[in-house]
Design a protein around this ligand. Sequence first.
Ligand SMILES: Cc1cc2nc3c(=O)[nH]c(=O)nc-3n(C[C@H](O)[C@H](O)[C@H](O)COP(=O)(O)OP(=O)(O)OC[C@H]3O[C@@H](n4cnc5c(N)ncnc54)[C@H](O)[C@@H]3O)c2cc1C
Length: 305
Amino acid sequence: MNNHHVYEKLNNITSEQNVMVNEPLKNHTYTRLGGRADLLVTPETYEQVMGIVKIANEEGVPFTLLGNGSNLIVKDGGIRGIVMNLNKLNEIKTDGTKVIAQSGARIIDTSREALKQNLTGLEFACGIPGSVGGALYMNAGAYGGEIKDCLESAIVIDRNGDLLTLNADELDLEYRRSNIPDKGYIVLEGTFALKEGNYEEIKAVMDDLTFKRESKQPLEYPSCGSVFKRPPGYFAGKLIQDSGLQGTQIGGAQVSLKHAGFIVNKDNATAEEYIRLIRHVQTTVKDKFGVSLEREVRIIGEDLE
Ligand SMILES: Cc1cc2nc3c(=O)[nH]c(=O)nc-3n(C[C@H](O)[C@H](O)[C@H](O)COP(=O)(O)OP(=O)(O)OC[C@H]3O[C@@H](n4cnc5c(N)ncnc54)[C@H](O)[C@@H]3O)c2cc1C
């Protein structure tokens, strides 16, 4: 790829401060590890998003979408081509009992906006550190709630570059998955259908969930949240704990002592160490309990050469 040529083209449709060259992705991911992006671009309008997708297609350049980086491990060799982050598309508005959020807005801020407008239904999301786009992609959820329960519709761009408005059921939202990766959709906006509620009651639920999260999760270290999905009939954290894995460390990556379902970047871990520890946990749990732990977190990018 001729990076300079692609850089110039990206610059022409966005602006210089929206295109970063050779950008360390550890500055953009919750695990605080991973290599560099050849080009990291942060569009400010939907037209720019479409323009960037067009450039990637025309130039045959690899294209990767990064949300808030809270469910990703970027390998140490980084990501070739264009990485697009939508964090500058972060408007949140309300229309009656609906909250409409652009995909780069944080789902935490979206739930706070709902609280401000006395709207109930998004309390569960008050501590999930993802973007709206990432939350739809993962059908993020916590404490008995999930995106599927309150999403009404989404605006997306499909592989042909067409803008579509989809009903929530067209995204096939299931436990920690959607059809967004299969269809190659880029989410631009989500509309959440909420209900009128009482400010104090909504706030009390959010405060309670925040307290639970802060007391149970190792938020003092960088991590990607729960590494594994809940295996049917089990809890991943309990299986890991009962396998005696808590505190196990490979390089700077450690199975959290506070919550066995988390792997923390305790001491400048590399992605290679983090991923090796994930595999070690999977193998140990399989050997001890015969249960396969499926990763919730996504691993992207290239190994170091
Ligand atoms: C401390 C901590 C606690 C967490 N707690 C929870 C929890 O309680 N519940 C839960 O479900 N998750 C939790 N997570 C995981 C994570 O926050 C969610 O999975 C979140 O939805 C990921 O969103 P993101 O924007 O960070 O996505 P990223 O991690 O950046 O990306 C994840 C995937 O989404 C895709 N994506 C991102 N934006 C878009 C878009 N606009 N259009 C299409 N695809 C897109 C990316 O390409 C990527 O494949 C936690 C993570 C951490 C670090």
